[in-house]
Structures are given as C-alpha cells and as structure tokens.
Design a protein around this ligand. Sequence first.
Ligand code: G6P
Length: 372
Amino acid sequence: AAAEKGGHDWFMLKEIAEQPQAVADTLLGRLGEDGRLVLDEVRLPDQDLRDIDKVFVVSCGTSYHAGLIAKYAIEHWTRIPVEVEVASEFRYRDPVLDRSTLVVVISQSGETMDTLMALRHARDQKARTLAICNVNGSTIPRESDAVLYTHAGPEIAVASTKSFLAQIVACYLVGLFLAQIRGIKYADEVAAIVEDIRGLPQAVEQVLAQMEPVRALGRTLADADTILFLGRHVGFPVALEGALKLKELAYIHAEGFAAGELKHGPIALIDEGTPVVVVVPSPRSRESVHGKVVSNIQEVRARGARTIVIAEEGDDDVLPYADHVIRVPRTPTLLAPIVTTVPLQVLACEIADCRGYDVDQPRNLAKSVTVE
Ligand code: G6P
C-alpha cells in the first residue's frame, strides 16, 4: 500500500504532490504556440458559441467551488454574465434557460446524480451543455453536447485535490476559448494570460516545496474547535474550499466568508485565540481589495484572532498583523487560486492526520454520490 501511495502516508498527499502534473496535463496540447487556444474537442459550432448570452456553471462540493472561480474569469474575459449554482438547487427553481444559454457542468467523477439531473434539465430546456470531467466516458460527459476533460489522473482520496486544480484550469480554458471565438476586445490581455497559465505547473511546484512549515502549523491547530477562512474576489471561493476540506477531513467546524462581509456578522464569532485563515489578494489586484483585506486581518487580530495569512511573496503589508505567513508565488489575480488552494489542502490533511483520522476515507462521505 505504501508503494501505491508513492511513499506518501496518504493518497491525498500523493495527489496533492501530483498537482503540477495534473495542471500541466490539463493544459497539454490546448495552448497553441501563437497564444491561441486549441479546443477541438469542444464540439459546439463556433456560431452557437458566439450566440451564447448567458452561462450557468452547475456542480457540487469542491467542483462547485471551481465553478465559483470560473465566474470571475469567464465574466472578466468574455463579458458574458455567469451564474453559479449547486446542482441540487438548480433545476428545482426553474432557471431561465434557452438555446443561447451555455450550461457548464463540472464533475470529477462524471457520475454525481445531482449534477446529472441538472444537466438533463438543462438539455430539456434546449440549453447548450459542456461537461468538465475527469473520468473518461462517464455518464455526465456522455450526455453533454461537448466535453473538456481534465487530465488529473485517477483520484483515490475522497477529498478532491488535484482534480480541483485541473477543473479550475479547464474553466480558464473555457473562458479564454469563448473570448477567442467571440473576438472580444480583451485580446491582448487574453494572449498575456495564456503565457501566465503556462507558468502555473511551476508555480504549484514552488508552493509544494514550502509545505513543511504549513504541516508544522497544522499540528498546532489540531485542537481547534472552529477555524474561520476569509477571502475576497477569487480568494473567496478558495476560503470556502479551505473550510470544506477542514470539515470533510478533520471534522472541525469551519466557515468560509467573503472578507468584506466580516463586519456584517462573522466578526462577532472572533474570540481570544480563534484561528482565522486569510487568503490575501495580490497587492497588484484592482480597486485596492488588497488593502481592504489587510485591514480585515488587523480587525480580527485586534479582537484576539490568531491570524494565518496566505500572501504573495514580497507582500510585507501583512507582516504587522500576521501570526503566521504562508507564502505563494506572484500570480495574476484570476490565476491565484491555483497556488493559494494548495496550502489549505495540506493544512486540512495534516490536522486530520494529527487528530488520528483516516484522511483518505473520511467518515460519512463518498467519493462519488450517485443518489439525489
Ligand atoms: C462528493 C465528494 C466531493 C466532491 C463532490 C462532487 O461529495 O466527496 O469531494 O467534490 O462529491 O463530485 P464530482 O465527482 O461531481 O466532482
């Protein structure tokens, strides 16, 4: 069994370590030399894609968090409105769908019943459908008009890691591809971002090389009864994912919040010693969200929080208010989740391991939920 895990204690750790490869393989052959995207597998006629006036992204669990990130990227690059919804809610509220709606369903397994039923509903309503999936030939891609496979390789641990990063990458590809086909005016930015995307496997590698202090930090958090996660912009879904991982693996109460909402409620939860993990946007992000999040760190710390800050290399503004700093490489804002998610996976894994739980097979959970 140790050999199967490639020398790691858990499949989850092995799969975390495989993330640079998962990202690289998902990009393989899809970024042309000239900066254009090559997604021949997306067999929807260009004209249909040009006619799309609304996108829904529908999925469950970790795949839902990939969808939340997709919204920021697709809207920014294409100017098409994007709605994101958990599959179990989608079809029950009679969403407005027609031929010019693109419904993107994201599923690692391709067998999640909630997501499959949402897909069928979308098809009944004549929407175009595109699956982002990790398992070849599974039900969801078979029933979709088009499919973009993630090439993360088989994922054994129940908690999703490498397939999540691959899903986010696939969402970027979809956004950039739509932008390309529609010839939108962000063409220069799109070409530049394609270059940045090529650097992502290396960036993930860099994060992984610095995980020992994160594991040590995890060991100090094993007795926490609650851990809060804050993020803003694409850091918000990352905060949700960090909290989900902790719930799933360590059975610790955890919540992710949009950092700007802190003052509207969650700040009341902060007590002496409450651990708060903050995903800090790049200092180069727009509209000074960076400064606002730094203020949030200061605010929770003033109320007794123990602050664990995930910040870009060179961002020293966080230092006065951070009890622990976890560094990630400089990354364009929309691509940052690829690097900021990784320490949160490692943290949850280490805390669960410390508490003596089976990291790969958490209680009450299944890798793929095939009932509604
Ligand atoms: C289950 C798993 C989660 C996963 C979710 C969606 O709840 O435990 O890790 O994110 O299903 O799975 P899917 O295969 O559709 O991505």
